[in-house]
Ligand binder design. Structure first.
Ligand SMILES: Nc1ncnc2c1ncn2[C@@H]1O[C@H](COP(=O)(O)OP(=O)(O)OP(=O)(O)O)[C@@H](O)[C@H]1O
Ligand SMILES: [Mg+2]
Length: 256
């Protein structure tokens, strides 16, 4: 957070992205959860730039949630109370195309009245695309989810080693560091496996976060259509406290 306050002083937000070379790895889910935690729980000013055209999953989640709040009295009251408590509204989710994402993000930030602390970019599923590569080299930090699957591990490590090599040789690049974390831990993996992988990553100079994210259905849990259930994944609310237990999300955000 030291860097964050340095950035704040210069009024230029930090750019962050959850990123992998692999689709369906949790990029949009972690982007949403991190944005909501930082904005609603920790009081930072956050913006999300949804670059995953035409999927736009975070933008569409926000639209679904807005509609749901107009129809469902429970969530409407909950949104009103949260807004009153924290004294601010929801964070913006700006849908853009990857080719123009940086320009659009800068235009958006220039026209906003407030200074954002942090901008989270949700990137498309693949990195086999020039504009996506350009985008992630223009972040300040990348956070890469990894699993203990051998195939996933090998391709992800290759990806990180390549990216780290490029940023080391090109100091003018904005990207400063690639940070990894374990996702979808099932409890069936043996502890030795993590230790062996973490040792290998240490040798390669790849940092890994302490907190591991378990495999859990709550990572998909949005507002319910008719009811008043607890929710976890939302652009309007932070995760409900009872669902935080065992999710490791609060611990993960402390590391973050
Ligand atoms: N720890 C977890 N436990 C359970 N489900 C998870 C976990 N992490 C991710 N998922 C699930 O994986 C699915 C894919 O997640 P998400 O849409 O965030 O991936 P993505 O990387 O953004 O995909 P895409 O490449 O299509 O944009 C979602 O259904 C999400 O809930
Ligand atoms: Mg996505």
């Amino acid at each position: 957070m030291q860097n964050l306050s340095e950035n704040q002083k210069q009024n230029s937000p930090m750019y962050i992205s959850f990123c992998t070379q692999k689709g369906g790895a949790g990029k949009s889910v972690f982007t949403t959860l991190a944005a909501s935690w930082l904005h609603y729980e920790l009081g930072f000013s956050i913006a999300v730039i949804d670059c995953d055209y035409p999927q736009w999953s975070i933008h569409k989640l926000r639209e679904r949630e807005k509609e749901q709040i107009t129809k469902n009295g429970f969530y409407k009251k909950k949104a009103y109370e949260l807004c009153k408590k924290i004294g601010k509204r929801t964070y913006p989710v700006v849908p853009v195309q990857p080719e123009t994402a940086l320009t659009k993000a800068n235009e958006f930030l220039a026209t906003e009245e407030i200074n954002y602390d942090l901008v989270l970019f949700d990137l498309p599923g693949t990195v086999n695309n020039k504009s996506v590569v350009e985008l992630f080299f223009n972040m300040d930090y990348l956070f890469v989810p990894i699993t203990t699957s051998r195939i996933n591990m090998e391709s992800t490590l290759n990806f990180i080693v390549t990216v780290s090599d490029i940023i080391q040789k090109n100091p003018q690049i904005r990207l400063k560091q690639v940070q990894t974390f374990w996702n979808r831990m099932t409890g069936r993996e043996r502890q030795e496996l993590y230790v062996a992988y973490e040792n290998a990553m240490h040798e390669l100079n790849i940092p890994i976060m302490q907190t591991r994210i378990p495999q859990s259905v709550r990572y998909d849990r949005e507002q319910s259509i008719s009811g008043n259930d607890y929710l976890f994944l939302s652009t309007v609310f932070p995760p409900d406290k009872p669902l935080l237990k065992g999710s490791n999300w609060d611990l993960f955000m402390n590391d973050f």
